[in-house]
Design a protein around this ligand. Structure first.
Ligand code: ZN
Length: 145
């Protein structure tokens, strides 16, 4: 394991232990996601104002990767427009699946870069992207409530 891997690992452990923006959000739309492969559950709460993600929270239970990915996502998307948020999701999908040039958008991905190693573990990709797929339902206007 290189030093870089260790730093990335710490990011994941830190977010899993101290999840950011955890808990329900007043006046938000919400969507729920479930990853049957691993048993991860995520609920995403988003308040969108004037096409901007004004606030985003999550609740969930599952593996460290799924929870850390959700936590990082909430820190990353606040203040982003709907389109910006979708763009970051597509960059992250490239990073997680190793398609295209996944290193190209590391700057936009911030701490999500910690999850770059996931591409070597195909069964865990769903863990890393669960929160994002759930978020995208809201961004696309397909939220459940
Ligand atoms: Zn998982």
């Amino acid at each position: 394991m290189s030093d870089l891997d260790e730093i990335y690992q710490e990011v994941i452990l830190d977010h899993n232990k101290h999840p950011r923006n955890f808990g329900p959000l007043e006046g938000a739309v919400k969507a729920e996601g479930y990853n049957p492969l691993c048993g991860d559950k995520i609920t995403i709460y988003v308040r969108i104002e004037d096409d901007v993600v004004a606030d985003v929270h999550f609740e969930g239970a599952g593996c460290a990767i799924s929870q850390a990915s959700a936590s990082v996502m909430t820190t990353l998307l606040r203040g982003k427009t709907r389109d910006e948020a979708k763009k970051i999701f597509s960059y992250f999908q490239d990073l997680a699946t190793g398609s295209g040039d996944p290193e190209e958008h590391l700057a936009e991905l911030g701490e999500l870069a910690a999850l770059a190693g996931i591409r070597n573990f195909p069964t865990r990709i769903k863990c890393a992207t669960l929160a994002w797929h759930t978020m995208k339902m809201i961004l696309d206007g397909k939220e459940s409530s």
